[in-house]
Design a binder for this molecule. Structure first.
Ligand SMILES: C[S@@+](CC[C@H](N)C(=O)[O-])C[C@H]1O[C@@H](n2cnc3c(N)ncnc32)[C@H](O)[C@@H]1O
Length: 224
């Protein structure tokens, strides 16, 4: 049976200060697991991860997008951080290599009155050449074989002066990648920690690290 027909959806509420979001997630994720040995087939897109909640809340509370700002969310899954950017006035592009993820992310955007674009792309063959004002990466740097492709996308698809937000639950693999990849000649970096509490889950409390990396314009980069 096609995966789409197996999916049972459930609606959850997520409260941001002054705004309640209605989001659909997959209730029966186990039913979508077809091959645990193939990382591409693990349906990690089907839930909203703590790092996405932490980043979404940070974006909602702290980031003010200039008119016309373009945001690309990589590995969007169910789309929460990108949707929040759209609700804050940015032009958000939600991207993933899984078409079902994009379908549900689109549904989540519509449920909350957010207007988003969708981009079906695999990091390993990423063909989009647009340079964005902001890139979002919520818990996507978890696979050492994929991380270098993301490192290339970060440099190629971010405008000079643009910002990259990376969030993760203090994953060692993410921290190690960022430490090796980060070059202070080209980026400034700030790291903040946010607590995320998720009711009704096995582990309700998470410390989410958010790295904010600003891609320095060329002239500034040479002076560093
Ligand atoms: C751990 S999930 C995170 C989902 C979402 N960012 C969140 O935090 O809720 C990783 C996401 O990356 C996507 N992904 C994994 N490998 C990918 C690849 N090679 N190209 C594009 N997207 C990929 C998955 O489909 C999934 O949506």
């Amino acid at each position: 049976m096609p995966q789409k027909e197996l999916i049972k959806k459930k609606e959850i509420s997520y409260d941001l200060p002054g705004r309640e979001l209605k989001l659909c997630v997959v209730e029966n994720i186990e039913a979508l697991i077809t091959d645990v040995n193939d990382p591409d087939k693990v349906p990690c897109w089907a839930d909203i991860w703590p790092a996405a909640y932490g980043l979404a809340r940070y974006l909602w509370e702290e980031v003010h997008f200039p008119p016309g700002a373009r945001v690309l969310e990589l590995g969007t899954g169910l789309g929460l951080p990108g949707i929040v950017c759209s609700l804050k006035g940015a032009q958000a592009v939600l991207s993933d290599f899984n078409p079902l993820a994009l379908e549900l992310a689109h549904e989540n955007a519509r449920r909350n009155g957010a207007d988003v674009e969708l981009l079906l792309e695999d990091w390993r063959t990423f063909a989009c050449r647009e340079k964005f004002d902001y890139l979002l990466a919520a818990d996507i740097l978890y696979e050492p074989r994929l991380n270098p492709f993301l490192g290339e996308i970060f440099c190629r698809n971010l405008k000079p002066g643009g910002k990259l937000f990376v969030s993760h639950p203090e994953r060692r693999v993410t921290a190690d990648f960022l430490e090796e990849w980060y070059n202070p000649r080209f980026f400034t970096q700030q790291k903040i920690l946010r607590e995320v509490e998720l009711e009704g889950t096995l582990l309700p409390c998470y410390d989410i690290a958010i790295h904010i990396l600003k891609f320095l314009p060329e002239k500034q980069a040479k002076r560093v």
